[in-house]
Design a protein around this ligand. Structure first.
Ligand code: GAR
Length: 201
């Protein structure tokens, strides 16, 4: 059955675009019913408009506190009534209540091989640490920052002379494969979570 998915993004939205394209190509049995963004300047909004996807802006800066913002976001998420929420470059930490409400129904793409390099600037952290292999991870979201059960990971080499930008670009190409693939597996009902482990049927 066709699933309803909603994407939550803060910026450029190239991962969102990869999901839009995969749905358009018939690779994912889903309809994207909403883009939700905290940033009225996000280029993701333009991508949604081009694809006829309704946009809801929950402008973080227009709320008096984080708590009030989160309540508004939660309300919007309830209203879109999605089977799956896809965090695609959402650059804020979600509150515990919200994460609990959508447990098992929310995935995130992170530009590192978790559990290494959580949080912001993961590619910079990888360069500074001197790792030889980097990559991306799609995982279910739980109350630990970038810590939920891992669905898929793809890796890339780190070359001598790489900087944050060149590594980020190489990882991003893999993100554009990993995220639609993970969304597809979810939408085909092929994922089950057993504790920390995601089984793929
Ligand atoms: C992507 O590299 C994504 O993995 C990363 O932000 C970028 C968004 O790009 N997300 C995080 O760092 C989350 N902590 P996009 O807007 O072009 O998809």
């Amino acid at each position: 059955m066709t699933k309803r998915i909603a994407v939550v993004a803060s910026g450029r939205g190239s991962n969102f675009q990869a999901v839009i394209d995969a749905i358009g190509d018939g690779l994912i049995p889903a309809r994207c019913v909403a883009l939700i963004t905290d940033n009225p300047k996000a280029f993701a909004i333009e991508r949604a408009r081009r694809a006829d996807i309704p946009v809801t802006i929950v402008d973080y800066t227009s709320f008096p506190s984080r708590e009030v913002y989160e309540k508004a976001l939660l309300e919007v998420m309830r209203q879109v009534n999605a089977d799956l929420f896809v965090l695609a470059g959402y650059m804020r930490i979600l509150g515990k209540d919200l994460v609990r409400e959508f447990a098992g129904e929310m995935v995130n793409i992170h530009p590192a091989l978790l559990p290494s390099f959580t949080g912001l600037h993961a590619q910079r952290q990888a360069i500074q640490h001197g790792v030889k292999i980097a990559g991306c991870t799609v995982h279910f979201v739980d109350e630990h920052l970038d810590g939920g059960p891992i669905i898929l990971q793809l890796c890339v080499p780190v070359f001598e002379g790489d900087d944050e930008a060149s590594l980020a670009e190489r990882i991003l190409e893999e993100e554009h494969l990993a995220l639609p693939e993970a969304v597809r597996l979810f939408c085909e009902d092929r994922l089950t979570i057993e504790g920390r482990i995601v089984r793929i049927r």
